[in-house]
Design a protein around this ligand. Structure first.
Ligand SMILES: Cc1cc2nc3c(=O)[nH]c(=O)nc-3n(C[C@H](O)[C@H](O)[C@H](O)COP(=O)(O)O)c2cc1C
Length: 314
């Protein structure tokens, strides 16, 4: 079972990935970068380059993610990533944001199965030994297109099919449509990875149980985003390891603060970064809602860290 970290724009950048890799060693097998969008008229931004720079991702198995519906743009970004030493990339077919889907990208690309098919045909034509995984939702407006999408995916030698079984229009609401995932598990040619709403060992066990019962097999892997931000030891626990201890959490957060400060000059931005992590992490601190509220109001690092310490240790 492969355990991977889902890309989360603004959160799971290289500092976060290094934190998980350093403090929860060996628990996450693969890391996917938040998406990079190719621009034919300008090079990658400093921030995009920094995030996938191998020097910033030592010891981390990183698969860069591309979000586009343009074959030419894909090829040019792929070349750049190859030059940096990457041999595999991931395509984002899941982003539900209105500005992205209106341009026919992310889950918006799923509105146009024929275009998606010819996009895949073209990228494999220009790079025959392309190692490409897909991270996909099960449709945009409706999941009725899912069998058709899967037929298209089955035409190509994709390395992994990562399925977040919601439609684009769902955003993050409701619950994952597990039946559509089971359909993929039964019918996809590529190894199938499950993604969506795995927050606990129990959620994981229930998923595996239903897969075995309904499809007669386990998925090739599980990818989690929000669950791992909330509980950085989640992958370790799923693999049979220990829960996170207060001292371990403190050391991990201290690493994040130090690393963000090494890369970001403005402490206000560093605090903002930490707050984005705490949006998810606070859910594991029932009864400490008032303290969390006060921490979210902090504007200086000293008081932010004092509240953080109190939440973790008392
Ligand atoms: C803040 C945020 C940013 C995200 N950024 C990306 C992204 O850059 N690329 C991507 O494929 N998915 C992105 N996602 C979706 C996640 O990778 C994942 O598919 C989704 O959160 C469901 O998995 P989870 O329930 O384990 O979090 C993002 C999700 C959130 C909440």
């Amino acid at each position: 079972m492969i355990f991977s970290l889902a890309p989360m724009e603004g959160i799971t950048g290289f500092v976060f990935r290094n934190g998980i890799n350093e403090f929860f060693k060996g628990s996450v097998d693969k890391f996917y970068s938040p998406f990079v969008t190719p621009h034919l008229k300008r090079p990658m931004t400093k921030r995009e380059l920094e995030d996938v720079n191998p020097a910033n991702n030592k010891g981390v198995t990183l698969i860069p993610q591309i979000m586009t519906n343009d074959g030419e743009g894909f090829d040019s970004l792929l070349l750049k990533l190859y030059e940096m030493g990457y041999s595999e990339v991931n395509l984002n077919l899941g982003c539900p944001s209105g500005t992205v889907t209106a341009r026919g990208r992310g889950s918006g690309f799923l509105k146009y199965p024929d275009k998606l098919d010819s996009f895949l045909e073209n990228v494999y034509k220009s790079t025959p030994d392309l190692k490409l995984s897909l991270k996909t939702r099960i449709g945009f407006e409706t999941e009725e297109v899912w069998p058709q999408l899967l037929d298209i995916y089955n035409k190509y030698p994709i390395t992994e099919l990562i399925v977040h079984p919601r439609i684009g229009k769902d955003g993050y609401s409701g619950v994952p449509r597990v039946d559509a995932f089971i359909y993929a598990l039964k019918n996809a040619k590529a190894p199938v990875i499950y993604n969506g709403d795995i927050y606990s060992v129990d959620d994981y066990k229930k998923l595996i149980e239903i897969c075995v019962k309904e499809a007669g097999k386990e998925p090739a892997g599980v990818m989690t985003g929000r669950g791992l931000v909330r509980n950085p030891a989640l992958a370790r626990m799923i693999k049979g390891g220990d829960e996170i201890s207060p001292s371990e959490r403190a050391a991990y957060l201290d690493f994040l603060i130090r690393s963000y400060r090494d890369n970001i000059k403005d402490d206000n931005v560093v605090i903002q970064k930490l707050k984005e992590v705490w949006v998810y992490m606070q859910r594991d601190f029932e009864g400490k809602e008032k303290l969390c509220k006060k921490m979210f109001k902090c504007k200086d690092m000293e008081s932010f860290m004092a509240f953080q310490d109190e939440i973790i240790n008392n």
